[in-house]
Design a protein around this ligand. Structure first.
Ligand SMILES: C[S@@+](CC[C@H](N)C(=O)[O-])C[C@H]1O[C@@H](n2cnc3c(N)ncnc32)[C@H](O)[C@@H]1O
Length: 368
């Protein structure tokens, strides 16, 4: 067994357990293990695998876990923490879920604020990215195969193409964007959904972008500018949306893409699995989601609101929207059925194993 691999994997687990995302942990572990001439694509694949298998690894110490992994890699399979397995198996096939986390599907949105679809699709293919146009959204493409790191392409660096998951696009689609719309985005940073909303109105919109985090709001402003969004049309407001006091704030559309456990993003970043060793995070965000939704329903003027979370737990989805189920309205497009046993039957879920997307929950309200 090559020593560098052991050093690398131990270092990787160290950073992951410290709470760094997988991509950052890989870079740091690479630096620590000071190795050259390695096929990094394979190492990255193995890094993803060891983290997805984390809850199947025996041993208390990192070194024991890595030894166990190296000796038993072919025999063990990824698993969820016990509490998660117990809870989710009521609603879905957890084996299917876990196996779908091993490979991420990359979705690319052609940013028509900066370029045209046909031209960009041709350029992607010329660069060695084999793509397939999505059947629901004509500006969206699935990466079938790529000879290059898509994020290193000029097209992506200059925001003519934006890496944006189909589930995120499905959320914005429910806002039924039209030129002249006014939108309140209750938790807006880093602005992915707002930038798509701007694109769909061809920059003929107004938005109030709220967020609790100053740094993330600044990042959002920068991102929107680079993505070609007309910043004169956006007011950025540092605000806690659990305490809205804005009756004067009149908007036809509201987006609550709520802060959440990010459990639906495990297939982007398996390190999230380690932040879900117990249910603390889910309960924490569930409480915040309820507070923001309640505040929005009580304090804003009549509007159409889309509620979404990148979570696979009912505590952040159906349980939240059930509180205001009288206001729920049908979605433009339904994907997977929401979890059974709740009132929010008009909502929808997306999963990596059925839609090849992040795990998302979407519901739509009409508040009079
Ligand atoms: C899921 S992210 C939003 C992603 C964004 N809609 C997008 O598409 O790029 C959730 C955001 O909620 C913000 N947030 C957390 N608690 C909040 C609160 N009480 N009020 C407003 N924003 C909050 C976080 O800072 C974070 O930026």
């Amino acid at each position: 067994m090559a020593d560098w691999r052991i050093t690398f994997l131990r270092s990787l687990l160290f950073y992951i357990e410290k709470g760094y995302p997988l991509s950052v942990s890989i870079v740091k572990a690479k630096e620590d293990s000071k190795i050259k001439g390695i096929n990094w694509d394979l190492i990255e694949e193995e890094s993803r695998d060891i983290i997805l298998n984390f809850f199947s690894l025996y041993g208390r110490k990192r070194s024991e876990k890595v030894d166990y992994w190296i000796k038993n890699k072919e025999r063990i399979s990824p698993s969820l923490p016990d509490w998660m397995e117990k809870e989710l198996s009521v609603y879905l096939d957890t084996k299917l879920l876990v196996s779908s986390l091993r490979k991420r599907t990359l979705w690319l949105r052609v940013n028509t604020l900066k370029t045209s679809e046909e031209k960009t699709a041709r350029e992607l293919e010329k660069n060695g990215v084999l793509i397939e146009r999505d059947k629901d959204f004509e500006f969206l493409y699935k990466v079938v195969e790529s000879k290059v790191h898509v994020s290193s392409l000029d097209l992506v660096k200059d925001f003519r193409v934006i890496i944006q998951d189909k589930a995120s696009v499905a959320v914005v689609n429910e806002l039924e964007a039209e030129a002249g719309d006014e939108l309140v985005d209750l938790s807006s940073a880093p602005g992915n959904k707002l930038s798509l909303f701007a694109m769909l109105t061809e920059n003929k919109f107004k938005a109030i972008a709220l967020d609790l985090d100053q740094k993330r709001l600044e990042k959002e402003r920068l991102f929107l500018k680079k993505a070609g969004v007309d910043l004169d049309r956006v007011s950025f407001v540092l605000h806690d949306s659990t305490t809205l006091a804005m009756r004067s704030l009149v908007a036809q559309k509201v987006l609550l893409d709520a802060p959440c456990s990010s459990s639906g993003m495990i297939y982007n970043d398996p390190s999230i699995l380690l932040s879900l060793k117990d249910k603390t995070k889910v309960d924490f965000f569930s409480r915040i989601q309820k507070e923001i939704l309640r505040s929005a329903v009580q304090r804003l003027s009549p509007y159409l609101m889309v509620y979404s979370v990148c979570s696979i737990f009912p505590e952040e989805g159906e349980e939240i929207t059930d509180l205001f189920s009288d206001f729920l309205v049908p979605l433009r497009k339904k994907y997977s059925h929401p979890y059974r046993g709740f009132k929010s039957v008009q909502s929808t879920r997306l999963f990596p194993f059925s839609e090849q997307t992040e795990g998302f929950y979407i519901a739509k309200f009409k508040i009079q």
